[in-house]
Structures are given as structure tokens and as C-alpha cells.
Design a protein around this ligand. Structure first.
Ligand code: TMP
Ligand code: ASP
Length: 234
């Protein structure tokens, strides 16, 4: 399958049309941004790792009953996916306090939570992806109540599956962001699951193995992505 016209260029990926109107090709870049594009940089080799890691994780989720947009890995940076209409929500699940949650509620990073937390942000760069609740989502027509129920159930199930997946690889899944798409009458998992979109800490040392190393200038960014990749493919 060949890529045709580029449809969209995001901060980390490009999306191309193919000769099949139901299939797109996504191409992962090494570009990295943070704080709504304010901080810009590049993480060498990131595109390859994020592409291949997402594909491994999506196939694991598929095996466990989660439908995803994954069709076929085409090359190091390119994957064939089902065409979906993205639901304009960033769906965030948290297991341990960190990042914006720690800041907002004054809880130290690393504090345990009594239950996993599900949060939504409205995917809108010009508004800075504001947090949004269920009634605001349905009132704005971003998703129906039924779609939100499905998305919520899928997100929590994905969390349980991913927690196990990473734990077996000596990694704590602190939190992550996922996106969903409409494909016919179905809601399926789309976008990516990678160190760009998850907080991943070493189980023993609690060392950060994710994009926070870039966001916070902690150094050894490439090494952290490599380390996650090595543990996944061990
Ligand atoms: P937060 O603590 O900054 O709200 O981030 C929660 C999770 O979502 C974390 O795993 C990083 C991920 N994330 C993205 O994937 N994209 C984003 O634009 C942001 C802000 C967070
Ligand atoms: N990639 C996001 C942006 O630049 C932010 C992040 O991942 O922290 O907006």
C-alpha cells in the first residue's frame, strides 16, 4: 500500500490517504513538542520506537478484546490504519498522582490514588486542550452519552490491561492519554500509546522513562525511549 496525498500533519505524526478510501497511513516523526507546542525539539529515533511500540501494544489490546485502528505495520515509521473520525477528546487515565493532577490538587508526584481516575480534555490546540466534563461534552455535541459510556469502559479496561503489560516489564504505568475514533457504528482505539503519551516509571528506582524527560529537561531522553523499547521486546 502506497501513501498518496497528505491529509494532516500533527505535532508528532503525518496522516496520508491511500488508494483504499477506508485506510490511512500514519507516519511517525522524531519531532517533539510540549506545553501546547511552546517547547519544540527532536528526539532521535522516537518515531521508529513510537510506531513499533504502538503496534505491539495495540495488537496486545486486540488480543484482549479491545478494537483498535491497527491494520499492518508497513515500515519503521509507517503503519496502515483504519480510517476513523477522531472523537475530539483526550482521554486520560491516572493510577498515581503526577503532572497536571499533582499541580492542580497540590499532591506530591508519586502519591498513590484510592481508585483510577478518568479525565477528559477537549482536543483543541487554540484553547490549550481544556479539561471538560461529561455534561459539557454531550452539551457541545462532541460525543453522545452512549459513546462516552463506551469510551469510559474501554479506557478503564485498557488501563487494567496496560498496567499488567508494563508491570511484567518492570515498569509502573503512572498515567496515559488515549484517543478514540468512530469507524462505522463502532468506537475504536486510535492514535498511539508510547512514551510520548504515557508516564512510565522504572518499578525499582522510579526513574522516569517517558516524555517528561524532554518536558522537564532531565536529559537521557533518547536512552529512556530505548530502555522502554528494550523491555517491551525482551
Ligand atoms: P498531564 O498530567 O500533563 O495532564 O498528562 C497526563 C497524561 O497525558 C500523561 O501521561 C501525558 C499525557 N499527555 C499527552 O499525551 N498529551 C498531552 O498533550 C498532554 C498534556 C499529556
Ligand atoms: N505534545 C503536547 C503539545 O505540545 C504536550 C505534551 O505532550 O506535553 O501540546
Amino acid at each position: 500500500m502506497e501513501k498518496l496525498e497528505m491529509l494532516y500533519e500533527g505535532k508528532a505524526k503525518k496522516v496520508y490517504q491511500t488508494e483504499d478510501p477506508n485506510l490511512y497511513i500514519v507516519e511517525y516523526k522524531d519531532d517533539a513538542t510540549a506545553f501546547n507546542g511552546e517547547k519544540k525539539g527532536s528526539i532521535a529515533g522516537k518515531g521508529v520506537i513510537n510506531n513499533k511500540m504502538t503496534n505491539i501494544v495495540f495488537q496486545y489490546l486486540e488480543k484482549n478484546g479491545i478494537q483498535t485502528h491497527f491494520v499492518k505495520e508497513l515500515s519503521d515509521r509507517q503503519t496502515l490504519v483504519k480510517k476513523v473520525e477522531i472523537v475530539p477528546l483526550e482521554v486520560i487515565v491516572r493510577n498515581i498522582a503526577a503532572g497536571s493532577f499533582s499541580k492542580k490538587f497540590g499532591v506530591e508526584e508519586g502519591t498513590g490514588l484510592q481508585n483510577p481516575i478518568l479525565e477528559f480534555s477537549y482536543k483543541n490546540d487554540s484553547l490549550g486542550d481544556p479539561m471538560i466534563n461529561n455534561m459539557q461534552i454531550t452539551a457541545l455535541g462532541l460525543a453522545t452519552e452512549k459513546e462516552l459510556d463506551i469510551i469510559s469502559q474501554m479506557a478503564l479496561k485498557i488501563n487494567e490491561l496496560l498496567k499488567t503489560f508494563f508491570w511484567e516489564r518492570n515498569i509502573i504505568l503512572v498515567d496515559f492519554k488515549i484517543e478514540f475514533g468512530r469507524c462505522g457504528a463502532q468506537i475504536i482505539l486510535a492514535d498511539e500509546i508510547s512514551p510520548d503519551t504515557c508516564r512510565l516509571w522504572d518499578k525499582d528506582t522510579k526513574e522516569k522513562l517517558d516524555k517528561d524527560r524532554f518536558r522537564r529537561d532531565l536529559g537521557k531522553v533518547e536512552q529512556a525511549y530505548e530502555e522502554v523499547w528494550n523491555r517491551i521486546t525482551k
